[in-house]
Design a protein around this ligand. Structure first.
Ligand code: NAD
Length: 430
């Protein structure tokens, strides 16, 4: 028989979120805090997550057995308004990952001027191993477990890796059943017929394109004369490629997990999109040269758009990157060592917090519409998105000049300054 004293002991930490990833995110925060000469009290308030919740809950599987799942929800700061952030279903979800991503969400929302603190949550599971009915039961039970800490004015989840509109519909329904009436504003990224917005799916890719148009206009680089390379041809990359092509730009290289393509004259993106719809990969597209996927990052171009996964531009390839500007559509595609090397080589990087901020901005618009019970048309949403990103880009460029820092640090100084000011004004209760 196992007694309490036989049970494996864990170090008496208390700060279970302090993982390497969390450390990397707080190191970024520290750089911005240094540039702002933020005092120790303000740093201490922002460096730890305000609330961390772990839930362990049973779910009946299709074969009748019961499996226990672990889920998390981390709310980084309650200073700016309700918290907002995605739900991730993956086998390696940890509290540390949720805490790091929640802090990044705080900075992203603050930079974009959205009235939220950051949050993140997830369930440790492999959705590919679960049936749709099992995923539904996991989602509903996880939603029920979170009810004490979420609400349309408290914490508003959204899709992330391994979740989408389907899971948001179940989450919305579970919350609404619990409170006795429909509460569409409890989640964003829900299906359009349930109060979601048609504009959400392409929002991130559109936002990336708006930032590119805006920056190139400031630099005086005509868009139609630039060569673009895009890594990743999914929700984000395919929209960026389609929009750039529509605007008359030349996309000379793309890659996805299946391989890479190059074409000096520019790829026929609509034809490639049809190919991907039929074959689920860019590989095998006959009207371009096939190249190894990783080689795409090193193709000569003017603007490189990593839109796949994290840590693609590293110390190992940074010296071979052959472009003038990098626009980080993906989250964390550039490692800190590569960042340093790119800066030395004069290659400028538009950081992910701005470049892919279109997604959370349109989520915010969805939440506002759900609260108002009033639907804006897609053109209005896109116009507001373009404006919001333009204002955020202005803030970054001004901060970069004021503090003499790169755009990534500048973005964080804008965000951290905003949150620190709000914390100071709200002061300490009681
Ligand atoms: P997705 O799964 O739809 O697409 C990912 C694409 O990257 C696929 O084409 C895949 O084949 C490709 N890919 C994966 N590994 C690769 C590799 N090693 N080399 C080349 N290609 C590879 O995902 P998505 O929604 O397009 O997200 C892409 C990135 O953008 C992620 O970093 C995500 O966190 C970020 N992001 C997405 C959104 C959104 O609204 N979807 C919002 C903010 C940030």
């Amino acid at each position: 028989m196992t007694t309490i004293s036989d049970a494996p002991s864990t170090p008496p930490q208390g700060n279970e979120w302090e993982t390497a990833f969390y450390g990397a995110v707080t190191a970024q925060f520290a750089r911005a805090a240094d540039a702002l000469e933020l005092d120790d009290e303000a740093r201490a308030r922002l460096v730890q997550p305000r609330r961390t919740l772990t839930v362990n809950f049973p779910v009946r599987l299709d074969d009748g057995s019961v499996e226990n799942f672990t889920g998390y929800r981390v709310q980084h700061t309650l200073t700016m308004g309700p918290t907002k952030g995605g739900l991730r279903y993956a086998p390696d979800v940890t509290m540390g990952e949720c805490a790091a991503l929640a802090m990044l969400m705080t900075w992203k929302c603050a930079l974009l001027g959205l009235p939220y603190g950051g949050a993140k949550g997830g369930v440790r599971c492999d959705p590919a191993r679960l049936s749709a009915a099992e995923v539904e039961r996991v989602t509903r039970r996880y939603a029920a477990e979170l009810i004490p800490v979420i609400g349309p004015n408290i914490d508003i989840p959204a899709p992330d890796v391994g979740t989408g509109a389907r899971e948001m519909a179940w989450f919305y329904d579970t919350y609404s059943q619990a409170v006795g009436h429909a509460v569409p504003e409890i989640v964003t990224g829900k299906p359009a017929v349930l109060g979601g917005t048609e504009a959400r799916q392409p929002a991130t890719g559109l936002g990336v394109t708006y930032i590119i148009e805006d920056l190139l206009a400031r630099f005086g680089w005509p868009l139609t004369e630039q060569r673009f390379v895009i890594q990743g041809f999914g929700n984000v990359g395919a929209v960026v490629a389609g929009e750039l092509h529509r605007l008359g730009a030349r996309v000379v290289g793309v890659a996805d997990a299946g391989g890479g393509l190059a074409s000096e004259d520019g790829l026929d993106i609509p034809a490639l999109q049809r190919h991907v719809a039929a074959h689920s990969t860019v590989a095998g597209f006959a009207e371009a040269d096939a190249i190894p996927g990783a080689a795409v990052l090193e193709l000569p171009c003017d603007v490189l758009v990593p839109a796949a996964v994290e840590a693609q531009i590293t110390a190992g390839n940074a010296d071979r990157i052959d472009c003038r500007l990098i626009v980080e559509a993906a989250n964390g595609p550039t490692t800190p060592e590569a960042d340093h090397r790119l800066a030395e080589r004069g290659i400028r990087v538009v950081p992910d917090v701005l470049a892919n901020g279109g997604g959370v901005t349109v989520s915010y618009f969805e939440w506002v519409q759900s609260h108002q019970k009033y639907t804006w048309d897609v053109a209005e949403i896109q116009e507001r998105l373009r404006h919001q990103l333009h204002v955020a880009l202005n803030r970054i460029l001004q901060a970069a000049e004021r503090h003499d820092v790169d755009w990534r640090t500048a973005a964080l100084t804008v965000a951290v300054d905003r949150v620190a000011q709000a914390a100071r004004l709200r002061a300490v209760y009681p």
